[in-house]
Design a binder for this molecule. Structure first.
Ligand code: IMP
Length: 422
């Protein structure tokens, strides 16, 4: 079997874009199954840096056809802009991008609802403002707009104006936004027409690749701890980034997937609100942010930074059924004198048994740390694990043994070739 999934093991931004790019060099199909323009996958190629939000990172390899699956919520305007960016880098999209006709479509109304509802909340989620939550709400409320609706602009226009009216009637957005949104709808319709050429049924394509044992790579966005079911609810996204989302988000049975690769940074980051037990609000946190360039690829917000959280990572291994791990940003730790890994949680001096049971009071837990001596030498661009300094090997061995899953890839810098594969 040659189907591989790549999912985020933490709160997103683990470096999935680079790992998908590396793994897709000999893959025929790359598919995304959830989320939308809230994602930001940064890849460094020979053409320079490129940030992808909706198009799978496989588009950077001309051997790959890319699918935006039915489980996604796709913003046609964002997609159009992304296609322009990719084309500017001399990458051809022709016959290589397919938008599932069952994928749900984000409109300017959904973005306005997202921003307006965040503004009203006493405890906001800190969403990306890309209309993700409201679009999924409409999907599950069975009144969503789908890819297939882009094929008939007259019906699309009626649906958009009806949705605008109901949003105002139900106080989802203020009346004052009506005129502005009507104008946005008109330009949105023009772009939707351009995007309609990518809309198709993807079922046959996926099935024929499975039948012919062609290589498929499934690209997750966000991360397990942001999963609507398994994440730190309510501070989560509205989709299923964990592997469970693959079967509904693509119509691809899970048993056809031979490898589930979980991506973990060697430390943790989180954007937006919500509990983060190992968060560092000191110089070490600042240093991680500075060296790791931890600023959101989608919103530019500074990311919250902290030490690696083992209980959370073990939970992620189990929930996703990970068969292997890719560690990213190893080199970011090069300068640290001491490096910590959280190995457990305590509340009022009592050790907590598991991550899932701690999830509802994660705000209160105190991390228990194991400290490692820093290696204080550069690991940038290493290609072979046997050449890594002893202290690095010790750190990685500890993670591997604790997680019980082999670490098969270690990223040692942003470029494509800065990677250790074993
Ligand atoms: P939404 O997905 O825009 O609704 O945002 C919900 C939460 O998920 C917020 O805390 C966001 O910061 C977070 N989030 C959404 N997408 C990403 C991502 O790609 N990386 C990291 N955090 C994300």
């Amino acid at each position: 079997m040659s189907v591989i999934s790549v999912v985020g093991g933490q709160w997103g931004d683990e470096g999935k874009g680079k790992i998908v790019d590396v793994l897709s060099s000999d893959v025929e199909l790359v598919a995304r199954y959830q989320g939308g323009a809230n994602a930001g996958h940064t890849v460094y190629t020979e053409e320079g840096k490129i940030v992808l939000h909706q198009i799978p990172s496989g588009i950077l390899r001309d051997n790959c056809v890319c699918i935006l699956g039915n489980g996604m919520v796709v913003d046609p305007e964002g997609l159009y802009e992304e296609i322009r960016q990719v084309s500017k880098k001399n990458i051809s999209i022709d016959n290589r991008l397919i938008l599932s006709h069952n994928a749900h479509i984000v409109t300017p109304i959904h973005k306005a609802i997202d921003i307006h509802s965040e503004g009203k909340l006493k405890n906001p989620i800190g969403t990306t403002g890309k209309g993700i939550g409201p679009t999924y709400v409409d999907k599950f409320n069975r009144r969503g707009i789908r890819g297939i609706d882009l094929l008939n602009l007259e019906i699309l226009r009626i649906k958009l104006y009806n949705r605008l009216e109901s949003a105002i009637e139900n106080f989802e957005i203020p009346l004052a936004l009506k005129l502005e949104l009507e104008e946005k709808i008109e330009s949105y319709l023009k772009i939707s027409e351009k995007i309609s050429i990518y809309v198709s049924d993807v079922y046959e394509i996926i099935q024929s690749h499975l039948d012919n044992s062609q290589k498929i790579l499934i690209e997750g966005a966000q991360g397990t701890l942001l999963d609507i079911d398994h994440g730190t609810y309510p501070y989560v996204t509205s989709s299923s980034p964990s592997t469970g989302g693959i079967s509904t988000g693509l119509g691809l049975p899970l048993h056809r997937i031979s490898r589930h690769i979980g991506i973990f940074k060697v430390y943790c980051t989180r954007v937006g609100e919500g509990p983060f037990p190992t968060e560092l609000q000191d110089e070490s946190g600042e240093l991680l942010r500075k060296i790791g360039k931890e600023f959101g690829a989608t919103t530019g917000r500074p990311r919250r930074c902290g030490w690696f959280d083992l209980p959370a990572a073990k939970f992620s291994v189990q929930v996703n059924g990970l068969t292997e791990i890719a560690l990213t940003k190893l080199d970011v730790l090069d300068k640290f004198e001491k490096i910590k890994i959280c190995t457990g949680y305590m509340i009022n001096g009592k050790i907590q048994s598991g991550y899932s049971s701690s999830m509802c009071n994660l705000q209160e837990v105190e991390p228990i740390y194991t400290e490692f001596p820093g290696w204080r030498t550069s690991t940038v661009g290493f290609h072979h694990s046997e050449n890594l300094p002893g202290k690095v090997k010790e750190y990685i061995r500890f993670l591997e043994e604790s997680l019980g899953v082999p670490i098969k890839l270690i990223s040692t810098g942003p470029a494509r070739d800065q990677i250790i594969e074993s």
